[in-house]
Design a protein around this ligand. Structure first.
Ligand code: IPD
Ligand code: CA
Ligand code: CA
Length: 261
């Protein structure tokens, strides 16, 4: 069992409130007005409303923290060392197509390090959370990365380039190398949940390129707190904004890095 800190409670309450709103909008998805942000990358009314709710709730609880949000960008807080990094709706394309796989992702960064993360899947009512030094949890169960050590029984998640986003040639080279060696590759469409699922031991690994800080902030802490490893695909240390990300359990990390060599 877990005891949630006041900080995690603030984040969870904000995610629950925003999640109720998303669920309502998901039901109405056909009627939503959508605008085009770029090929394949839609911003929905729900997206913006959800971000507003999250900002309001988090600001109420911690008025001097800053923000880095997908929709509204960066706002330096009175305390410039601490900021929320938020993706209000990760998996927008799924959401728009009525596919029930999307999440709210909230990370808290202090002095350049992630110290707390919450990823909430409101359809499945699964709450993934982690706090630095205190472990990672799904609802109130402790999460641990998978203990599988062989590639041929491993399930690996990824993101596929779309529209002008990403590099399709590079991606297909990676798939050509990895697919024959693993039990399967999944592209579910929400990077935050891909990371949470690695932390929960559902996937053995996850790689993607061209992700933004808000896709990754909460999930990267979860991986570490669940006993996994996160780097760039070439094995170099990962920091927010880097080109590629590779997350896995400890045993498979090096074999996976070698796939990208
Ligand atoms: C997207 C999802 C997707 C990933 C894309 C992201 P959005 O985020 O995380 O899995 O492949 O690169 O942009 O646009 O749904 O918030
Ligand atoms: Ca996202
Ligand atoms: Ca988003």
């Amino acid at each position: 069992m877990s005891v949630r800190s006041p900080l995690i409670n603030v984040m969870v309450q904000a995610a629950y409130k925003a999640g109720r709103n998303l669920i309502h909008d998901f039901g109405e998805v056909q009627h939503l007005q959508v605008s085009l942000k770029g090929p394949g990358d839609f911003v929905t009314a729900a997206d913006k409303r959800t971000e507003k709710i999250l900002r309001q709730e988090l600001h109420k609880a911690r008025p001097n923290y800053g923000f880095l949000c997908e929709e509204s960008g960066e706002q330096i807080g009175e305390n410039p060392d601490v900021r929320w990094i938020i993706d209000p709706l990760d998996g927008t394309t799924n959401f728009l197509h009525s596919i029930p796989h999307f999440a709210i992702s909230i990370g808290l960064e202090k002095e350049g390090f992630m110290i707390a993360g919450v990823i909430y899947d409101p359809v499945k009512d699964e709450l993934f959370w982690a706090e630095k030094g205190r472990g990672a949890y799904v609802n109130d169960r402790r999460m641990r990365v998978s203990s599988r050590k062989k590639l041929d029984i491993s399930l690996i998640a990824t993101g596929i380039p779309f529209g002008t986003h990403g590099n399709a040639d590079e991606f297909s080279d990676h798939v050509k190398k990895i697919a024959p060696q693993v039990a399967g590759i999944r592209r579910m469409g929400a990077a935050s949940l891909d990371l949470a699922y690695v932390a929960a031991g559902r996937y053995e690994g996850f790689w993607e390129t061209h992700l933004y800080p808000w896709d990754v902030a909460a999930g990267m802490l979860m991986i570490v707190e669940a006993g996994g490893k996160i780097t760039q695909c070439d094995g170099q240390p990962y920091k927010l904004g880097d080109y590629s990300i590779l997350a896995s359990n400890m045993g498979l990390h090096q074999p996976l890095v070698e796939m990208f060599a």
